[in-house]
Design a protein around this ligand. Sequence first.
Ligand SMILES: [Zn+2]
Length: 256
Amino acid sequence: MKGCVINLNYDSKKGKVLSYTVIVITIAICTVFYMRYRPNAYEIKMNDKLTFYVKDKEEFKIDLKNLQNDLKKEFKSFRLKDKFTWSRIHVNYKDLTPKEDIRKIILDSNKESLKKLDNKRVEIKSSDNKAVLAKKIKFLPPCEGKVTSSFGMRWGKMHKGMDIANAAGSPIYAALDGKVSYAGWIEGYGNVIKIEHNNGVETVYAHCKLIRVKKGEQVKQGQLIGDMGSTGRSTGPHVHFEVRVNGVPQNPANYI
Ligand SMILES: [Zn+2]
């Protein structure tokens, strides 16, 4: 009998220790998880199309005001018409959009109205850049297939493109006329093709099985440039397709 009681005590003690351990481990895991994936930045959308990632919303607002004031000094009647919306997200700080890029892109999208205000004072080449930003130029989808992963945050990391999957060897086409700026291997991307287009637009086609173009080559929209594959960091045949404006990755869904 006595032994039994002792045993019970012993068991409940063990149980207590065990449950404390479980609680402590759970708290530890939750803390690590929270630290890793807690929102630490803002995703800012400009006119629902272009996306920036910034650490501090207030700082962004101040930068925006400064930009507007700078422009007002030159053009009294200037007003930024772009709409900005934001949401809290977790992002790796290396994926934040550099300030100069944001400024450049906002200036770009306001080119036309600035030009109307004063033709001489803004050094802007006549351009159809605005057209690209305004989605007037239609990109050709780089391949046929199923979109298996879209642009945006994925487990606290930025997925800078859109994944389109199909059978290995499926044709990949140039989304727009342009010049091949890179054709070769990049860690993670595998065999990758980069094409430069007008107005600071660049497209990227990753994980190719085969590259059919060379660096420096001019390509036409719809031209076969490679074969779909699964090279680099990839789990199956697909094209990882990126659209960049002035180097900043944008959501390809807004273009194709
Ligand atoms: Zn991808």
